[in-house]
Design a protein around this ligand. Sequence first.
Ligand SMILES: *[C@@H]1O[C@H](CO)[C@@H](O)[C@H](O)[C@H]1NC(C)=O
Ligand SMILES: *[C@@H]1O[C@H](CO)[C@@H](O)[C@H](O)[C@H]1NC(C)=O
Ligand SMILES: *[C@@H]1O[C@H](CO)[C@@H](O)[C@H](O)[C@H]1NC(C)=O
Ligand SMILES: *[C@@H]1O[C@H](CO)[C@@H](O)[C@H](O)[C@H]1NC(C)=O
Ligand SMILES: *[C@@H]1O[C@H](CO)[C@@H](O)[C@H](O)[C@H]1NC(C)=O
Length: 393
Amino acid sequence: MVLFVSKSLAPLALIATCSSVLAASSNCVELLIPVTAHANNTKFNTVRVDSNVDAVEFTLSRDRWDALTIAEISEGNIAVGGDFEISGHFCIPSTPRNGQNTLLIASHGVGFTKGLWDPTYRPDDLSFVKAALAQGYAVLAYDRLGAGLSSLPDAYDYLQVPLQGEVLRALTERALNGTIVTASERTGGSSSITDYTAQNVVHVGHSYGSIVTNWFLARYGSLSAGAILTGFLIDNQFANLKVEIADLSYAPEHNPALFANRTSGYLAFGSITAFQADSFKKETLDPNVLTYWDENIQSSLGVGEVLTLGTGVGDVVANFTGPLQIFVGENDFAFCAGQCTGIFDLTQLHGLYPNVKDLNVYLQPQTGHVVQLSLNATAGYQVIFGFLSKNGL
Ligand SMILES: *[C@@H]1O[C@H](CO)[C@@H](O)[C@H](O)[C@H]1NC(C)=O
Ligand SMILES: *[C@@H]1O[C@H](CO)[C@@H](O)[C@H](O)[C@H]1NC(C)=O
Ligand SMILES: *[C@@H]1O[C@H](CO)[C@@H](O)[C@H](O)[C@H]1NC(C)=O
Ligand SMILES: *[C@@H]1O[C@H](CO)[C@@H](O)[C@H](O)[C@H]1NC(C)=O
Ligand SMILES: *[C@@H]1O[C@H](CO)[C@@H](O)[C@H](O)[C@H]1NC(C)=O
């Protein structure tokens, strides 16, 4: 069944790839960006995951280990960090919006590469990058640590929210101080992009990438001119997040070809079915997207990411004064248990983001967790750009 679907999709995907390479090649460059990042992560009391059997045990035991960690948190800090390489897909518009270099830095969720933001399948309907360029924004979509072509550090101690947030800080500083292109190794794309300095950086996240962005805003809010958190909502259902639905497996055993260089603690979604359950509402799902993800833009996640899903969520974000939009599928399963209407409290949100210039929660109709790959995505992007525009960005 899966084989049949993938065979029938192959020619389609190939055609889409060719046309989008033509369309985008003149204004995108692939970068390996050097970053130095250090953070205080948490030493978790967790068993190792070295097989699919261990991965199931880990999922089922997660609550128990979380409880242990909370009890021991004061002695659980661990200093981590070093030099890393971050793989970036960097695109600039032909005409900058408002004559300004406004850069959107996009952080993906678990189970993805940066390709989430610029799929070659149905780019006119799904690509956030393409839609943003048309509006005059530059975009840096990057593989977070432990995903795609970026560095693959220890999956327990390193792949956690604080270190990922420090990487986002380093990328932001490089964009603002003009070294994002000049300090990087180019691995493909346009040779005409040789230098870039952002005047404003807007931070855009999806899911775990939104959790990381939220942590970053709480500490380094002054580096951000605006933020869009997609696949994210602080509500009365988030604590019930059902990790079981991802059917987590051990990455190198699940897909030996793709994940041969992953080591202990690296996980992957267990199946296309599990990915669907976590990500989509049928009304806005093109089933070919599932195969496209499987073959082109899926990646690994770490045990440490699963254990830090709540890190910083609900912290008061006092130093961020830009506009903030929370853009979530009305039927997001991960954050809303399938129905976001009526489960969040705007007064509470204003308390958590006391100094934002503008706060908006937008529910994208009939859409699940992965708004970027759902039908009607581009209409949603216009809502996001309208919000930024209203706030002068
Ligand atoms: C880690 O915590 C220590 C003690 O609070 C602090 O001095 C240090 O600056 C922190 N390191 C980082 C990278 O945040
Ligand atoms: C891991 O392996 C993949 C697939 O072979 C490769 O593309 C990637 O560059 C490797 N990553 C690292 C950090 O070596
Ligand atoms: C730019 O920012 C990066 C990341 O913080 C830093 O490593 C680098 O030294 C800075 N370069 C300049 C020229 O300020
Ligand atoms: C917010 O900014 C103020 C002034 O720059 C600083 O003293 C404070 O530590 C910052 N708060 C956080 C949570 O970083
Ligand atoms: C598509 O998205 C836009 C923007 O959120 C929304 O106004 C419109 O109602 C959506 N269309 C459908 C059919 O849900």
